[in-house]
Design a protein around this ligand. Structure first.
Ligand code: UDX
Ligand code: UDX
Length: 458
């Protein structure tokens, strides 16, 4: 069968994999090829055990894999065959040289652009799908100047807004799809080609276009605003704890103002995930780069509050558990950075576990999906910890439970049974405010929510 379009995605990660699976699912007339430098990851995409856990992803992939969705490692052949290339390689925070700890590390994006140039034998549209600092497209365009006759590249920005755990729904019913292009004739033509792909399932009104720099910047700003809301409510949670106000009640009252809205006001142990901190750092670096220091400080505050929230949490445990955690067993419920994913990148649970181990506590870690990643994250960490599948087993004999991830499971456990198996006095520190605190208190736990009065028996 001859396919109408050949689409390539470079980078088979959390973004590339689900995005391409959705395009393949919605557009049977397009052939989608996903390549990655990591052969193990490709083998997993071709197996029954996908490299990432995402609700509904398995079903979608098994419906299209081998039909119009293919995973392999032949980057050169993939580039040659493609009309459109999505670049979804990772853009971590730089760990070396100028901008270390702040700027985005663009080496993989640049290497990918050079590979595209090397292997291309015809003109192509190159889509930035990774999150990049504003004006990266300019660097891409400068690299992608071909001396082969008739070979031209048009670079577009099409940032992803998918959220892990709901990625499939976010891809299927997006609030908006953003496509940034150069405002030249060829730029606008390329933009229309990409619009047409999304029009296969996204209403035209939700596909918005802009200049390419606005598109690049919008992604950073969207994530910065979301992270800012969490740090804002988390900052308020400290004040609530000091004044016996209840952060959930405050969030509800504030969120009912239609100008503010109710989403993303859940006080927590702090945000994690591969994006928020990285993108904020990236934004702060951009501000500093342009000499906008006051603005940089403002956004840096969002990160500082997030770090403070984790410090506060562990200090609260320490203070309330009689100022020593040494030799105590603490059970960590949840290691993923949020529910419904096995992803542990920048998870607050790791920071908390490390701090507890630094206090010489023994940490029992349980999570329904993330123990594989937890094992990798913890392998070089000194300290006593165990990874335990069963939450009842993990809590047995512990002095305290710290809830780190809002898995539904942790709302519905038999806490009476857990209480019986723990050391007394038994403590529960709910870093997600998901448990039924009154019920836990009645069972006998000393309960410490976020942003609410503690409930103690002594
Ligand atoms: C994405 C975006 O690309 C990033 O910019 C955004 O901010 C977060 O989400 P993600 O899909 O989550 O990254 O990253 P990851 O799961 O690490 O996937 C990236 C993939 O690219 C990896 O599988 C890696 O092996 C692959 N890769 C990396 C290449 O194929 N080639 C390279 O040169 C580098
Ligand atoms: C985020 C953005 O939501 C998404 O649009 C973007 O494309 C990628 O980055 P993701 O990191 O997958 O997605 O998860 P998100 O749901 O935004 O949660 C991020 C972190 O904030 C999690 O640790 C989550 O638990 C935390 N969070 C979220 C809160 O602490 N409180 C809230 O009210 C919401």
């Amino acid at each position: 069968m001859k396919f109408e379009k050949e689409i390539l995605c470079i980078g088979a990660g959390y973004v590339g994999g689900p995005t391409m699976a959705m395009i393949a699912h919605k557009c049977p007339r397009y052939r989608i090829n996903v390549v990655d430098i990591n052969p193990e990851k490709i083998a997993q995409w071709n197996s029954n055990r996908l490299p990432i856990y995402e609700p509904e992803l398995d079903e979608i992939v098994s419906g299209v894999r081998g039909r119009n969705l293919f995973f392999n490692t032949d980057i050169g052949a993939g580039i040659r065959a493609a009309d459109i290339i999505f670049v979804s390689v990772n853009t971590p925070t730089k760990t070396f040289g100028a901008g270390a700890g702040m700027a985005a590390d663009l080496q993989y994006v640049e290497k990918t652009a050079r590979q595209i140039l090397e292997y291309s034998e015809s003109s192509k549209i190159v889509v930035e799908r990774s999150t990049l600092p504003v004006r990266t497209a300019q660097a891409m365009e400068r690299i992608l100047i071909s001396d082969k006759p008739g070979v031209k590249f048009e670079v577009l920005s099409n940032p992803e807004f998918l959220s892990e755990g709901t990625a499939i729904n976010d891809l299927e019913n997006p609030d908006r799809v953003l496509i940034g292009s150069q405002q030249t004739k060829s730029g606008l033509k390329a933009r229309d080609v990409l619009c047409q792909i999304y029009e296969n399932w996204v209403p035209r009104g939700r596909i918005i276009t802009s200049n390419i720099w606005s598109s690049e910047l919008s992604k950073l700003v969207a994530n910065a605003f979301l992270a800012q809301r969490i740090s804002s409510i988390n900052a308020i949670s400290s004040l609530c704890e000091a004044t016996d106000a209840n952060v959930d009640e405050v969030a509800r009252a504030v969120g009912l103002d239609s100008r503010i809205g109710p989403e993303f006001l859940n006080a927590s142990i702090g945000f994690g995930g591969s994006c928020f901190k990285k993108d904020l750092l990236n934004l702060v670096y951009l501000f500093r780069n342009y000499g906008l220091d006051m603005e940089a400080d403002y956004w840096e505050g969002v990160i500082l509050i997030n770090e403070n929230q984790k410090d506060r949490f562990v200090m609260n445990m320490l203070r309330n558990m009689f100022n020593t955690l040494a030799g105590k067993k603490i059970c960590v419920f949840g290691f993923a950075f949020k529910a419904n994913t096995g992803d542990t990148r920048a998870t607050p649970a790791l920071t908390v576990a490390k701090k507890l181990m630094a206090e010489k506590a023994e940490v029992m870690i349980t999570d329904p999906r993330a123990l594989g990643n937890a094992k990798n994250d913890l392998q070089d960490i000194a300290g006593r910890y165990k990874l335990v599948d069963d939450p009842y087993e993990a809590a047995r004999g512990c002095h305290a439970i710290a809830i780190m991830t809002e898995w539904k499971l942790y709302r519905t456990l038999d806490y009476k049974k857990i209480f019986k198996s723990m050391q007394k006095p038994a403590f529960i520190f709910d870093g997600r405010n998901i448990a039924d605190h009154d019920k836990l208190f009645k069972i006998g736990f000393n309960v410490f929510p976020i942003g609410k009065a503690k409930m103690v028996h002594f």
